[in-house]
Write a protein that binds this ligand. Sequence first.
Ligand SMILES: NC(=O)N[C@@H](CC(=O)O)C(=O)O
Ligand SMILES: [Zn+2]
Ligand SMILES: [Zn+2]
Length: 429
Amino acid sequence: MALLLKNAHVVDPAVDLDGVMDVLVEGDVIAAVGEGLACEGAEVIDLTGKYLVPGLVDMHVHLREPGFEAKGDIESETAAAAKGGFTGVCSMPNTNPVTDNGVVVEYIKSVAAAKGHCRVYPAGAMTKGLKGEIIAEMGDMVEHGAVAFTDDGRGIQGAGMVRRAMDYGQMFGKTFMSHCQDDDLVGDGQINEGAVSTRLGLLGWPAEGEELQIARDITIAELTGAKLHIQHISTAKGLDMVRAAKAKGLPVTCEATPHHLFLTEDAIDGTYNTCFKVNPPLRTAADAEALIAGVVDGSVDAIATDHAPHSDWEKSREFELAPFGMTGLETALGLVITNLVKTGKMSFGRMVELMAIAPRKILGLDQVTIAEGSVADLTVFDADAAWTVSEDDFASHAKNSGFKGVELTGRATDVFVGGKRTLANGVVC
Ligand SMILES: NC(=O)N[C@@H](CC(=O)O)C(=O)O
Ligand SMILES: [Zn+2]
Ligand SMILES: [Zn+2]
């Protein structure tokens, strides 16, 4: 049956739309966009007062399946994605077995097709077992639908390994996504190295432990001609390196997470709250400010959550023993609207670039535009909905959000994936 979405404020900078109109969906595509549309027999949904944008894509998500289902699984974490307003997520390969061959990619796709609440675009590992020793079966993974390569969860330690993986793998045309972490420099670092780590008696993780590999990978990307994307960038200097690479015309992009934008190391001071233990660590206020400036000026290409669910018992351990990572899918949109759009720092159009257009571009996916003929992957949100982040409310299996208790404005109400409703009035379908 056709679906007529009435009176939504449509924002899509790709086709210069910013105004109230109707969108008609037939099957899995948009059939018409305009004012006063009518369609005999269509199901009509009145979206007066709400925004409608191209479906959001989170290009950095840990679904945990296969292997770590105690933390979360494809069904639960894609439900979290739908609840957060996303129509698709790129899944990271640090699963068990590692997503380093076509069979695992196929497994993820098949579970997502059977039980998922959004599209899943699997990323494949760059090296076998994420060990940094042998190139993974990149061609096989691409054949089975892998959209990008990364050893996320670890940084590849050897520069030669990065070079060989890029030299070989770039024939597949995909982007290489780097988790930048020099193990020798970072060691057992727990939080950002500085006054807070010293005061709390926690081992420090210097900014340079990340920046060294950003510099290295940009250099190797230039050497090989590969497309490079820096994951979860967290320092001002690292972002300057990406800026310089872009200025040189290199195909280098980066993403920032809401937690690196809106939280700092100070959150850990006095709390030792393990929800704030993330990789890379929360940095200084100056770093967060620089990242926000980068989001606004275009140096940061995408906002991605690095949604990293963990079990309660793991996060209940001593700070040094708790795993790194926080969830993010269900808070990202509200955080961005509250902190960046409502404050006047950027427009909803820029938000769409950061959360829908750039992720698809970097991952080599077909763009979704609010125009006739486009696939109907759509996100609808209420920009004025006030709500308080609460773990009782999460669709995710995990509760390790760093934003619990925070008051936000703006929340997804409805999501459509290929014309099918996956979120209806805030309820996951
Ligand atoms: N970011 C994190 O703190 N944790 C991620 C790993 C990663 O993204 O590097 C995880 O898999 O838990
Ligand atoms: Zn990572
Ligand atoms: Zn990650």
